[in-house]
Structures are given as C-alpha cells and as structure tokens.
Design a protein around this ligand. Structure first.
Ligand SMILES: [Fe+2]
Length: 384
C-alpha cells in the first residue's frame, strides 16, 4: 500500500487538534506488527474506547472433517445455500493455520451491527452482487470482480444492492500485501507490475457521525466472535492518514503477462502473504511460439496446495467446470490438464478464463461444509 490521506488532519502528528467547540479530537494510532509495519493515524470526535457491554464469545473455529487431506478435491461452490445474515453466511470450506477460505451467499449485509476481524486480513472477492462497504476509513463501492481488501482491525458494515450475492472470502493471519518483487525500495509498483497505484481504489471519507447509543459489534479474535457494545458511533472519524486502510482492486484491471511459451503461475500473482499467495487468471492471448502448447504441463508443486476458484469463461485445461467451483490439488501428487485438453488447446489464440488461485505453503483441511458440496469422484477425473 501507499500513503493516503482523507478528511482533516493536523499539520503535525501527536499535537493539539481541536474541534470547533474547542475540545480535542481523539487521536488513534492504528499500528500493525507491533508498531513495526504499516500504520495509520485516525482522528475521532469521541474516544474510540467507551465500551458499554461485552457479551459471551461465540466459537467460530473451523473444524476438520477428517485428516485425510492428500486427495484431489472438487467443491461445487454455488451449492452453498444463501443465508440471510452476512456473518452467518460465511462458510469456511478450507483452512490451515495461515488462512481460512470461505464461501458466502449473503442475502443481506451486516444490518444492525459492525464487524471487526481482529485475527486476519480479509480479501473479499465479489463473484456476484454489488454494494457498499462502510468502514472507519470511509466508503468503498464494490461490484463484480472486485477484490475488497480489508486489513485486520478495520471496523465495517457491508450492504448489498440485491439478495443475489456470491463471495469468496480469504482470511490471512499475516498481513496481505502486493508482491515484493513488483515494488521498488520506495514501495512504488514498478513498470513490470501487472497493476499499479491507479488501479487501487481508496475509501472516500463521508461526514463524520457524532452519535451516542448502543452500537453493536462482533469482534473476531482467536476464532471467537465477541459481542461488544460501544457508546459512540464508530464512524466519527474526521480525518486519517497512513498506509493501513481498506481498498479495492478489480480482477478486470489485472494486466496479464504472456510469453512465447507457457508462463508459470507466479506471473498471475496479485497478492502476497506469509502463508500463501493469491493469483488472478484473466482473459489473455495464448503463447505465440509456433510449436507452443497453451494448456499447462502436468505439474507437481511439491510444497504447495493449489486452490483454483472458477469465476467465468472457458477453462481450457479442465472438463465439466462450472462457476463457483473450487478445485484443490494438494502438494505431494501431480495434477494437470484433463484428457484431450492438451491437443485441443494447440492453435487456440486466447482464453476468456477468469479464476482466482490460492496457493498455500501448508496443507489445507476441509470442513464439513466443504464435504457437503464435494464431488467425491473428482480424483478419478483424469481417467475420463
Ligand atoms: Fe496447477
């Protein structure tokens, strides 16, 4: 992320900054990684600390369906049932200590509560639907194809324009960044990066809300949801600046890197974090060597579990693909094109495929929600 500022801030940090009535604004330093990483400074009308109620925590820790993870898997993601409430709609399907991958079909948003994920950064990929994310840093409007990146600790409400929504939510216990190799020593996205700062949509800060009441929160910490109530409206920020804030990057703005022969998955990398990477497969021209084979080779990425979430378009290397489908190809056993797709790809000029890939460096586990939407015969699909 790069430096951004919204609203009113004082000329110098940690100095007197007064409201029109003469009282001081409440300065809040929001830091990550123990004051050593990105931070922002927010200015509130009221102190952000006036808690009126703390309820009993609700356990939301994902539970392993089994320990037998070394098997190719296929999940029919659109079979996840629509659920009225946003938080209840989030169904973890795959997880390990570094990440949680959830599918969600919320019919409505957060309604009368605010949510804060104190455990993880979130990437909310909008497969279907549109709406608004309201946060303490401002408002972001999202639509189909957006990666809505919500760093840990962001207070938000999410609202949708209709009831027909499909989300892929990836949570990371470590901060999510853009790939280091695309950034200069000053943090700028360089010329060889498939996207740049102009493609990053920042929040717009509306007028602050100075209200008192019982503002309900759910705060997620160590896989528990804590019901909280605060006296002051959380969106009372008059200004902020820094590097820590939610933003949107649309998959449609990812400029694909192509070559004479098949390019490896890292050219599709969009986000980076300690335990995994997120990649975007977007419509692009195929390889242009006269003897090129556009379909990928069989591959054995021995150290990574590879998750592919199919969004739209054709998929030249797979058969029977539907929107919202997830395949999991675990490290340890090879995978690759389905029978017939290698020959079929030769001579093709381009692809319209759109997919999100998550490669984790530790094995993933399935939950019961994943088992309930699994195609159990998938691991035999290379016999077709
Ligand atoms: Fe693969």
């Amino acid at each position: 992320m790069h430096y951004h500022s919204e609203g009113k801030i004082p000329q110098k940090r940690h100095t007197q900054f007064r409201q029109p009535n003469g009282t001081l604004y409440s300065e809040e330093l929001f830091s990550t990684e123990g004051f050593h990483d990105k931070y922002s400074i927010l200015y509130h009308i009221n102190p952000p600390t006036r808690i009126t109620q703390v309820g009993d925590p609700i356990d939301v820790a994902p539970v392993k369906a089994s320990n037998k993870e070394l098997k190719h898997r296929c999940l029919n993601g659109f079979k996840v049932a629509p659920v009225d409430d946003y938080l209840e709609s989030r169904k973890v399907v795959l997880f390990n200590n570094d990440c949680r991958m959830s599918l969600a079909a919320p019919k409505t948003g957060t309604k009368d509560y605010y949510f804060k994920n104190a455990d993880c950064d979130e990437v909310i990929f909008i497969h279907k639907g549109s709406g608004t994310l309201q946060t303490n840093y401002g408002i972001l409007k999202f639509s189909y194809g957006d990666y809505v990146v919500v760093p840990r600790g962001t207070i938000y409400q999410i609202n949708f324009d209709t009831e027909d929504n499909r989300l892929l939510i990836v949570e990371s216990t470590a901060p999510i960044t853009t790939p280091q190799r695309y950034r200069s020593e000053y943090g700028q996205l360089m010329e060889h990066s498939p996207f740049c700062e102009r493609d990053i949509v920042k929040p717009t800060l509306p007028e602050p809300i100075d209200e008192r009441g019982n503002f309900k929160f759910f705060i997620k910490k160590k896989d528990k949801l804590y019901p909280y109530e605060y006296l002051d409206h959380p969106f009372d920020v008059v200004g902020w600046d820094g590097y820590h804030y939610p933003y949107i990057f649309s998959i449609h703005n990812f400029e694909p890197i192509t070559g004479r022969v098949h390019q490896p998955p890292p050219v599709h990398q969009t986000f980076d974090t300690k335990g995994f990477v997120i990649c975007s497969f977007v419509p692009r021209l195929y390889d242009y060597h006269p003897l090129s084979i556009p379909a990928p080779y069989f591959h054995s990425n021995i150290d990574s579990d590879e998750v592919l979430y199919y969004v739209d378009g054709d998929f030249m290397s797979r058969k029977h693909v539907e929107q919202g489908m997830i395949t999991l190809h675990p490290g340890g056993i090879p995978h690759g094109p389905h029978p017939g797709t290698i020959e079929k790809s030769i001579g093709a000029k381009g692809t319209e495929e759109l997919a999100v890939m998550v490669d984790t460096f530790s094995p993933l586990f399935m939950t019961k929600d994943a088992v309930s939407i699994e195609d159990p015969s998938y691991y035999k699909s290379w016999l077709d």
